[in-house]
Structures are given as C-alpha cells and as structure tokens.
Design a binder for this molecule. Structure first.
Ligand SMILES: NC(=O)c1ccc[n+]([C@@H]2O[C@H](COP(=O)([O-])OP(=O)(O)OC[C@H]3O[C@@H](n4cnc5c(N)ncnc54)[C@H](O)[C@@H]3O)[C@@H](O)[C@H]2O)c1
Length: 445
C-alpha cells in the first residue's frame, strides 16, 4: 500500500503524497525499514512492478521508513495496516487486539487533529467503531484536544500476493466506509487518488462494521468453498474420477465459475484466520453468545488438516514413512509467493518428520524458514536418492521443470498434491514409467 500511495501522481505528473512507513523497532520491523530505505521491497516478490515502484519512490524521495512514531504528527492521512492475529489457545482461539490498540494509541498520541485515520487491517467486525474510535477519543482527550478531532474510516485490502501484487491494489475494486459521513468522503477522496477508480469504481458501505463484515465474509466464502471440495476429492480418488476435469466442466456454468479445486491445503495470513473473526467479534466485541458459525469453523478445521490427507496418501503409497527419503517441493502458502506463514507445508513437514520420514524441503522463493528448517537448499536438489517427491506448490519453476532430465535414472514416487504438474509433465511421467498419484485425480501412472 505504501508503494501504491507513493506512485500516485497528479495531473502534472508530480507525486500526490509523501509516504512515511512506520514499523516497530523489533528485528522484523528494522529489517523491513532498512530494506525500504535502501530502495528494496522488503520481502521476496516476483512482481517486477512492485520492486520498481518501491525503488523509484525511494529514489524520487517520497517514500521512507522509520520507527519514529512522531512521524504521525506530520500526516494528513494515516493508514493503519498492522497485523491482527488470532491467539490460538487450548480453549479455542481469541482475538489478539492488543497490537491494534497499541498502534491506535501511538497514532492518537501524535496525530494532527482532523487527520484521516484509515484502517486497512483486517479487523473483526465492530473493531473500528468499538475499539479504534474509543482509543483515538481517549488519546486525543489526554492531549487536551477535542475528542472527535479525527476522521475515521475502514477500507480493506484485497491484495493478491504474486506476480500482480501491486496491480491487485491499484487496479482492483475497493470497499470502504466512514465512521462519519465526513470520514467516508475523506476516504473516498484519498482512495480515488491511489486506485484506478475510473475502471474499478469504489463501493461505499453504510458503516465501518459493514466494511469489516464484507472483508471477513469474502474470505470466509472462499475458505468454505475450498473446504467443500475436500470431500469430493476423496470421493473422486476412490471412484477413479479426475475432479479437475469435472470442475472445469462445472465452471462453464457462470453461477459456478469460481468453484475451487482440490489442493494441498490453505495457508497464509488471511484465510487461516479471517473466517473465525465474525464469531469471535460477536462474542467478544458485541457480547452476543449463540452465534456459532459452524460452517466457518468447520471450513478452517478441514483446511488446516488438508495437508495431512496428502501425507496419509503418501504413507499408504510408500507402505510407511519411517526412514523414507521425501523431497517436498514448495514451502510457501501460494504459487509464486515467498510467504511461508501458516503454510500447509509446515503441517505436512512436521507430521512427516514425526512419523519418521527424512524430508528435504525446497522452495525457489523461500530461503529462510525460521524455527522449522534452518538450512534450506538454494538450488533444486537432484531427484536421485529420494523415495518420493511431493509437488506441493505450483511455482513457475516447478512447472517449467524438464522431468526427464531432472529425474535422470531415478524413479521416485511422484505425488502431485496441488495440481502442480502440467499436461506435458504428466505425459512425460507416463512415458518415463514413473509411479504418480494426484490429489483429486488418483492414480496417474
Ligand atoms: N498479506 C496479505 O496478502 C494480505 C491480504 C489482504 C489483507 N491483509 C491484511 O493486512 C494486514 C497486514 O497484513 P500483512 O500481511 O502485511 O502483515 P505483517 O504482519 O506482514 O505486517 C504488519 C506489520 O505491522 C507492524 N506493526 C505492528 N504493530 C505496529 C505498531 N504499533 N506500529 C507500527 N507498526 C506495527 C509489524 O511489525 C509488521 O511489520 C492484516 O490485517 C492482514 O490480514 C493481508
């Protein structure tokens, strides 16, 4: 978002905004700040436009980063985009609201009266009105300023990490809402300068709670859609049907065009937590009991366990995992993305190790998997010597792999857990006489 705001230009082609990114003075925050100030996008991306936009903004001088919260004092517009985590506790998850509260207090301690505070964090519905607004009111009151001297709005990100990362912010529809009509107008004015609203008009909702609800419902819908396919994948494998072919046929029907497909699991920072936000908001922000959200909770549980389905299949195909040498290809939660947070590969890897498998992991976009594997190979390991290769993430590098060359004389079992292998690769597998199994397909060769 910082890169998107910094690249906005007025009619004279001058930057519309000077952007200062504020992060915490912890190792992660400092690493990100240092990268941005050096003109580098702070984490691995395959989007050249995002890298160029960051580099150009720093060179032009309208993007810098700091740990100094007093920077809020110079801003007309303050975007809050901090993380808001689920705290996973034995008694069930709870909302980790303290980080958001802290960020809002920091903003309130320095902000100019009347500034626009735009919450872009994915928040549990009600958080902007019932947590952010009271925190800002209290902070301004403490400074002897009018308690309502802020314009508060919410607009959620639909950013899609990957090859079109920057584009997914600028050239995409946005939803927003204001805590007051004046705040909604200010948010609209701001977003209209950053986003290509001519082609992607904004949608204003009636309240910040409605905007927050839209975000978590949007992601819950997707998580449930993914989970639904899980039981059909098991059925298809059992009766010998290629579910990808079936779904491609169903998707021709316009009402069903976004049907999900079988896969390795659901990871990343959003779909693993957002479907649980509404229930927790109902209970902890709105004090309503009895809204249980069984679909959302079940979807998250099914999606969390999905990588174990692939593992069980591998276990069965190999006749046990103890002592088996397994190559796991793909660690990130999504293709062409270097983000390994809550990735299905983590669940798979840890359980495979627990069952005695000797697992080597590789990902062309992840060089650091803290706390899980410290020494990831930079290059794709040779296939020889492995009993099985699991294709977990459809990164471009894996789909461009010449299987005949890479496999050489080796004939490990291939498990395509996420529709990674292309038609040409599947053809090669058949020709080579490799044993190959596909999640959602069954025996391929
Ligand atoms: N990553 C995605 O693809 C994506 C997509 C859509 C929405 N979102 C939402 O956007 C929000 C941010 O996600 P992210 O992936 O960038 O998370 P992140 O954890 O990578 O980044 C959040 C940053 O905020 C910083 N931070 C926390 N408290 C702070 C404070 N008080 N002051 C200054 N900085 C502070 C953290 O140090 C961290 O660097 C989340 O609500 C997420 O759900 C993310």
């Amino acid at each position: 978002m910082a890169a998107a705001v910094a690249r906005a230009r007025n009619e004279s082609n001058e930057p519309c905004f000077t952007v200062v990114g504020v992060d915490l003075p912890n190792p992660l925050g400092l690493e990100r700040i240092e990268a941005i100030n050096a003109g580098r996008f702070p984490f691995t991306t395959v989007d050249p436009r995002l890298m160029a936009a960051t580099c150009e903004a720093v060179a032009v001088g309208n993007l810098r980063a700091t740990t100094d919260a007093s920077a809020y004092g110079a801003a007309e517009i303050i975007i809050i985009d901090v993380n808001l985590d689920l705290v996973r506790e034995p008694g069930g998850p709870t909302l980790g609201l303290e980080g958001l509260r802290r960020a809002v207090r920091d903003v309130g301690a320095y902000m100019k009266p009347g500034a626009l505070v735009l919450v872009e964090t994915t928040t549990p519905p009600g958080a902007t009105a019932k947590i952010v607004a009271p925190e800002l009111t209290a902070a301004l009151h403490k400074r002897g300023l009018p308690a309502d001297a802020f314009l508060l709005a919410h607009s959620y990100e639909r950013v899609m990490p990957g090859a079109d990362y920057l584009d997914s912010i600028i050239n995409f529809w946005r939803v927003y809402a204001g805590h007051t009509p004046a705040a909604a107008d200010a948010a609209e004015q701001f977003l209209s300068r950053v986003i290509n609203v001519k082609e992607y008009p904004l949608t204003r909702l009636a309240s910040t709670t409605a905007s927050e609800t839209a975000k978590v419902l949007e992601n819950s819908y997707r998580a449930v859609n993914i989970a639904l396919i899980e039981e059909w994948a098991r059925f298809a494998e059992t009766v010998g049907v290629d579910l990808f072919e079936v779904i491609a046929a169903i998707r021709k029907r316009p009402t069903h065009s976004n049907m999900r497909q079988p896969g390795f699991g659901v990871g990343g920072y959003c779909l693993t937590k957002d479907p649980l936000f509404a229930q927790l908001a109902a209970r902890d922000i709105w004090e309503h009991t009895g809204l249980e959200f069984p679909f959302c909770r079940q979807a998250v549980a099914i999606n969390d366990a999905m990588p174990l389905v692939s593992l069980d299949r591998l276990d069965e195909l190999l006749g046990g995992l103890a002592g088996r040498r397994v190559l796991l290809l793909g660690i990130s939660y999504r293709q062409d993305v270097g983000d390994a947070r809550y990735s299905p590969s983590e669940t798979f890897y840890l359980e495979a190790k627990r069952r005695g498998a000797l697992v080597t992991c590789h990902d062309p976009l992840v060089d650091h998997w803290p706390g899980i594997v410290e020494d990831l190979p930079a290059l794709l390991p040779a296939a020889g010597g492995f009993d099985a290769v699991v294709f977990a993430v459809p990164h471009r590098e894996y789909q461009a792999l010449d299987l005949a060359r890479w496999l050489g004389a080796g004939r490990p079992l291939l498990l395509d857990a996420n529709n990674v292998l292309t038609d040409a690769q599947l053809e090669a597998v058949r020709t080579l006489g490799c044993r190959c199994y596909g999640i959602g397909r069954g025996v391929i060769a």
